[in-house]
Design a protein around this ligand. Structure first.
Ligand code: GLA
Length: 701
């Protein structure tokens, strides 16, 4: 058997794939950069495994796309049929050039391409697959993985979640069988976001070898880890295809979403060190670099559906006064929208609420030096809308089946050109008529009955949403889009290719937010993370938080406010201004630096640092009552060990009477990176719901 292989390098790492004559490539090495070392022969020599009794004579090849037709009995990488005749594939290598591997099976009449690439700067691996039907009989595709990664580790970190509590980390050790997350909601989902980490036992924020995986897809997906009976572990991810959803005629192809993978030897922080720059420069093509994220003011929690121009202009005055740079008019501005039961689909301004249209408000906002943004939910319509009264059949579904409502609304069938064109036309009319440079693009219900013309259509609906956004972005190059789906239900790298901010959660309670943002930050850099200062009493929890806690939490993302500023006292508005000013002073650091989650021995103290070569900001937030009366020092590793830093506490003075005197007096304490890493920062007494932020200014060298 002759085998060759190829190597991909990037981010001081190398990957060696071998390409057997039959079956997909196999990843034989992923580790430190191999330099001059050629490992292909050795990797090949190491592939054969001992063969126990009770298994097939040839063993089971766990390739990048394992095939039952090659004798693989675990979860297959590919499944499909032709009129009920199961596909038994035995793919053979055609070519492998620069990460593009072509395989073909003449008998099964399919061609498979696997496209593997490593980002030179960060070492992030991307993998996608493309299947072509070569037979006149149509091929029904049931599953095509974007790749199958053989994980050396069984300890898994996956994410659960729900509305107002996104990105809940769940750790578990894979024993036998499958640990699977499926999503059938038609958006990236709250409950099964397509992110997974596999790491060595005990891996943490700053230690352990870990592999992070993310399927970049905003529709239905399946992601799983499987321990095979011989002990090996595979992780696969791909689009969840509904019965009959993808049927390929001769010559037609199906493209999987892209699976992104990163490897770190320094725990989850090491993953973020690779993924954050990758998102900044590759996923977002550097478009936020050099574009300071404007501080948003969002009207939702201030007025909900109760719009009147005078109030909204008054709020704009107050927002501008405290430092907002963009004003986002949330839900409630359009025709027939007194509440969330009607109006979606009719994207023209409500003439009763805005007798002169939006122009006076927009002019006013712009005269205050703020950009103007508008909330829309283009994929949806209420039955009580002119759109659905005229075209009741424009929703996804099938005649004769009653579709359950979600938030009183239906999903439009954007796969139909006339529906797509109508919605695009309505949004373009708004963007052409008004000075709108930002859309908060919402999506507030799960897809059920995702059928179009009798066929499953979640796949083509997802592509239609991308097309709609891409078309608007192309026509209005300065338009920014925020991705929102009842909070953080649409957070993935594919949506981020065409959006500029993710509304991570409808929960503005800073205690919850500290946890949500912490998990979110593993895969996403802070500048895309929408984070708002809400009212004192959070609308989504029964908790009240100080302005300091709310502000110091929002400070570390793409900052904004979402509260009725009329309810703030003049002193509170001054405090708000100071918090926003603080954000602006540190915006370059916050949105371009390195974010590292820190570990405090008390797990109720959530701490992290954002640093660059001029210094750092360190935040420690107490989300519950501390376990002990005094908090241990917070170790801050990762700074230049021999550099000196002037450390100042920039949040409000702590309660502690006796503490480090200079810090207590607001003066600087000079400490080396080595001391900060080993001895750590002294923390004041923090009660539940309090936070402290330190500024570290690098002074020497
Ligand atoms: C969703 C969003 C909120 C807000 C409302 C408006 O719930 O997540 O931020 O925009 O819709 O109806």
């Amino acid at each position: 058997m002759t085998m060759t292989g190829f190597r991909l390098d990037g981010g001081n790492q190398s990957l060696v794939f071998v390409t057997p004559p039959t079956g997909a490539p196999r990843l034989g090495y992923w580790g430190p950069d191999l330099g001059e070392l050629d490992l292909v022969d050795q990797v090949m020599a190491l592939l054969p495994r001992a063969l126990p009794g009770g298994m097939l004579d040839q063993g089971e090849a766990l390739s990048w796309l394992p095939e039952p037709g090659q004798g693989f009995t675990g979860y297959p990488g590919l499944a499909g049929h032709r009129n009920g005749q199961t596909l038994i594939s035995q793919l053979a290598l055609v070519s492998a050039e620069a990460g593009r591997v072509v395989l073909q099976d003449d008998l099964a009449a399919i061609r498979l391409e696997i496209v593997l690439a490593v980002d030179p700067a960060t070492g992030v691996l991307s993998s996608r697959t493309r299947l072509t039907n070569l037979d006149p009989v149509p091929l029904t595709l049931d599953w095509l993985a974007a790749g199958a990664f053989e994980s050396p580790h069984a300890q898994m970190l996956m994410f659960d979640g729900r509305w107002t509590r996104e990105f809940i980390p769940v750790r578990q050790t894979l024993t036998t069988g499958l640990l699977m997350k499926e999503n059938r909601t038609g958006h990236t989902s709250h409950h099964a976001p397509p992110f997974m980490v596999a790491g060595e036992p005990g891996f943490g924020e700053q230690m352990g070898e870990v592999y992070g995986l993310h399927l970049a897809w905003s529709g239905d997906h399946r992601m799983f880890a499987e321990r095979l009976r011989d002990g090996r572990i595979q992780i696969q991810a791909g689009e969840l295809l509904h019965p009959g959803e993808v049927i390929l005629a001769r010559g037609e192809t199906y493209d999987s979403p892209t699976l992104y993978l990163a490897r770190s030897e320094t725990g989850l922080n090491g993953l973020s060190d690779r993924l954050h720059p990758f998102v900044r420069d590759q996923i977002m093509a550097g478009r936020l670099r050099g574009s300071p994220r404007p501080v948003n003011y969002n009207t939702w929690e201030a007025v909900y559906f109760g719009h009147d121009p005078a109030t909204l202009m008054g709020l704009a005055d107050l927002a501008a006064e405290v430092g907002a740079e963009r004003y986002v008019l949330d839900d409630g501005w359009f025709r027939g929208r007194p509440n969330d039961r009607s109006g979606l689909g009719d994207w023209s301004v409500d003439a009763t609420k805005y007798p002169q249209g939006l122009k006076p408000l927009i002019d006013h906002v712009r005269s205050l030096g703020m950009a103007f943004g508008l909330w829309v939910e283009p994929e949806m319509a209420n039955a009580d809308s002119d759109l659905l009264r005229a075209h009741p059949d424009w929703i996804l579904g099938i005649p004769g089946r009653i579709q359950p409502l979600g938030r009183g609304q239906y999903v439009l069938d954007l796969t139909r050109p006339e529906v797509f064109d109508n919605i695009r036309g309505q949004i373009e009319a708004l963007l052409s008529e008004y000075e709108i440079s930002y859309l908060k693009w919402d999506m507030n219900r799960d897809l059920t009955h995702a059928l179009s013309a009798g066929r499953s259509a979640a796949h083509s609906q997802t592509l239609a949403v991308y097309r709609l956004m891409d078309g608007l972005k192309a026509r209005y190059p300065n338009l920014e889009i925020e991705s929102c789906s009842s909070g953080g239900g649409r957070a993935d790298y594919e949506i981020l290719k065409r959006t500029d901010r993710i509304w991570v959660s409808d929960c503005n309670d800073p205690v919850e937010r500290q946890a949500i943002q912490r998990s979110f930050s593993i895969f996403f850099p802070p500048e895309v993370m929408g984070s708002h200062i809400g009212p004192a009493a959070a609308h989504t929890t029964a908790r009240t938080a100080s302005l300091a806690m709310r502000g110091l939490t929002a400070l570390f993302g793409h900052m904004g406010m979402e509260a009725d500023l009329r309810a703030f006292t003049p002193e509170e508005r001054q405090q708000l201004s100071a918090l926003i000013a603080l954000h602006k002073v540190h915006r370059d650091l916050l949105h371009g630096g390195r974010l590292a989650r820190l570990i405090h021995p008390d797990p109720s103290c959530l701490a992290f640092m954002v640093s660059n070569n001029t210094g750092a900001l360190v935040s420690a937030a107490q989300v519950e009552t501390p376990a002990t009366s005094v908090l241990a020092h917070l170790r801050v590793p990762g700074l230049a060990p021999d550099a000196q830093y002037d450390v100042r506490m920039i949040s409000k003075a702590p309660r502690s009477a006796r503490w480090i005197p200079p810090l207590l007096k607001g003066q600087a304490l000079r400490l080396s990176g080595a001391a900060l890493g080993a001895a750590g920062l002294p923390l004041p007494v923090l009660r539940a719901g309090e936070a402290v932020v330190f500024e570290l200014t690098r002074v020497i060298p």
